[in-house]
Structure formats: C-alpha cells, structure tokens
Design a protein around this ligand. Structure first.
Ligand code: NAP
Length: 297
C-alpha cells in the first residue's frame, strides 16, 4: 500500500482563498478590513523573515497587517503597554506575540496581557480554559490546522483511536483536547511514555508533536492509519551542503508504504499554520464586530 500524501500547501491555499473572500464580505459589512498585529522583540533574522511572510499573507487575504518590530532590549513595561494599546485598538482583531521572547522578559505576564478575544494564537489561559470547557475559543493554529485536515479525510472522527505524541501547551495539549471533542479515544504520549511503539500500533490517527527527527518508525504504525507529522527538524548538512534537510518526527519513507495517509515534511502540517492564523483572525473580526462567523471556515 502506498499512502496518500496529505498536501498541506494545497490545503492552506484553499483555506487562504476562502478566508480572503470572506474578508472582502466582512469589509463590506463592517466598513473596515480584519486586522492582524504581529509583535516581534529582537533581531533574529529567521523570525523577521517569518513575521514578514505573515504580513504578506495577511495583506494577500484582504486583511490589514500591523507589524511591530521591537529592539531586543525592549522593557517589560513597554511591551505590555504595546499589547494594551493593541487590545484597545478597534482596527486590530488579532494579536500575535512571536515567542520565545528574550530572556529578560516575563513571557507569561505578556501573554496574560493579551485580550483573549484577540488571542488568535490561542495562548492565553482564558482560551486554553475555554477549549477544555468546550466553549468557543481561539485555538492554537498548528493543532487546529491538523484537525481541519483530518476533517477533510474523515466524515466522522467518533470512536477512532488517536495518539498525540508530545504535550506542549501550543501543540500537543490543545491537539488532544480537539480530538477528544471530536469523540476520539485519545492517548497522550511524551518523553516518559513507556513503550510508544505498542501505543502507536493501535492508533487510527497519530499526531506527532515532538521535535525529534524520525523518532517514529514505519513499522510502529497501524496499517491504514492517518499520520499528521508536526515535527520540523533540520538534519546536519550533507558534506558540501550549506543547510541540512528538513525532516519530521516520523520516518516518512518507512511510513508511506504502511499507512493510509501522511503529511510530508516540508509541505505538510507546517505549511498550514499561517493560513489557520488568518482564519482565526477572520473569526475574531466577526466576533469583535458582532457579526455571525461564516459557516465552514
Ligand atoms: P516542545 O515544547 O519541545 O515539546 C515536545 C514534546 O515532545 C514534549 O511534550 C516532550 O515530552 C515530547 N517528547 C520529547 N522527546 C520524546 C520522545 N522521545 N518520545 C515521546 N515524546 C517525546 O515542542 P513543540 O513546540 O510542541 O514542537 C514540537 C515539534 O513541532 C517541533 O519540531 C516544532 O518545530 C514543531 N512545530 C511545528 C509548528 C508548525 O508546523 N507551524 C508549530 C509548532 C511546533 P515531555 O513533555 O515529557 O518533555
């Protein structure tokens, strides 16, 4: 059996298209575009590139982009004051503070300062609590992207055995909550889990959120399982190459002959995150403006 490669780029392009068209409708009703503010502290070039690509994608989806690139020595007071200013700005629907912050800043306090209604990254305690309680919540973009892709594969996830490997606040934990809300039987694995291969052999769905290259071997996976590989790991460069290859947490070449469908790395889960961020901003804009959230988004 050769598995279907789940095309994260195509999924993201279709989602961006839908979001862009709903954003135009929103502008005609609300008299303004949905707005996303991204805050980056420090001069890390990779993060700057990432923030710029978010900005371009925001504009391409017919939304307003506000970029705040702050120096590494920004104080806690100034950063929280900016977050509070964005909270109060009616043209800003979503606020994303790029993490990690430089070590002298209190990350938890900055996150807690974000208005939960504008927390399109789903990182505030309020949104984490809302997710657990089954209330409307902004949900972290990577796990939500995984769920949206699973919904395109399965009409109904009820009763399926799902294993989420990794329990981080932004990925593994919300992923498990989302699958539980879909009536999956969910197991969460982590670095202390005993006998991961045995758990995975039973799983209809595996979400890998670890950050260890090729940790999950093909023979550990059930025939017919669906695998979402969130890992983004750069290998050591081959002799003569300037950069190493990107691989996931799942040994793709082994798994692909074994499972029903799998996301590649790159071009899988990672390709969906910005599109989901725009989707969350569109949803926030509708809620903030008192308009009904478009269906099927
Ligand atoms: P993280 O905070 O470092 O968490 C990693 C998790 O993996 C932890 O819960 C850890 O367990 C678990 N783990 C580590 N070694 C393990 C092992 N040998 N067996 C089983 N579990 C193990 O990482 P993260 O932020 O969730 O990111 C995970 C991966 O997803 C990374 O490659 C990251 O680059 C990627 N990612 C991608 C996106 C995207 O696609 N846009 C977004 C976020 C993250 P303990 O809790 O016991 O330590």
């Amino acid at each position: 059996m050769t598995a279907t490669r789940i095309d994260g780029k195509a999924f993201a392009a279709a989602l961006r298209e839908r979001v862009g068209s709903h954003a135009l409708d929103f502008a005609s009703k609300a008299g303004r575009k949905p707005g996303l503010a991204v805050v980056l502290v420090g001069e890390d070039p990779a993060s700057q590139v990432y923030v710029r690509s978010k900005g371009k994608a925001t504009v391409a989806a017919n939304m307003e982009s506000f970029e705040h690139l702050l120096p590494a020595e920004t104080t806690q007071t100034d950063l929280v004051a900016l977050v509070e200013k964005l909270n109060a700005d009616p043209s800003v629907d979503g606020i994303l503070v790029q993490l990690p912050l430089p070590g002298h800043l209190d990350e938890k306090a900055v996150i807690a300062a974000i208005n939960p209604d504008k927390d399109v990254d789903g990182i505030t305690p309020t949104n984490a609590g809302r997710l657990v309680l089954g209330m409307d919540a902004h949900i972290s973009c990577t796990p939500l992207g995984c769920l949206l892709m699973l919904r395109e594969i399965y009409d109904d996830l009820s009763g399926l055995d799902a294993v989420v490997v990794g329990r981080s606040i932004l990925f593994g934990k919300p992923m498990a909550q989302l699958l539980l809300a879909e009536n999956c039987t969910v197991t969460m694995a982590h670095s202390r889990t005993r006998n991961l291969p045995d758990l995975l052999r039973r799983a209809d769905i595996v979400v890998a959120a670890v950050g260890v290259p090729n940790l999950i071997r093909g023979e550990w996976l059930k025939r017919g399982a669906v695998i979402l590989d969130g890992g983004i790991n750069r290998l050591e460069p081959a002799p003569g190459a300037s950069k190493g290859r990107l691989v996931g947490d799942v040994a793709f070449d082994e798994a692909v002959g074994h499972v029903r469908a799998i996301t590649p790395v790159p071009g899988g889960v990672g390709a969906t995150t910005i599109a989901v961020l725009l989707r969350n901003t569109l949803v926030a804009a509708h809620r903030n403006a008192g308009l009904a959230v478009p269906e099927g988004i």
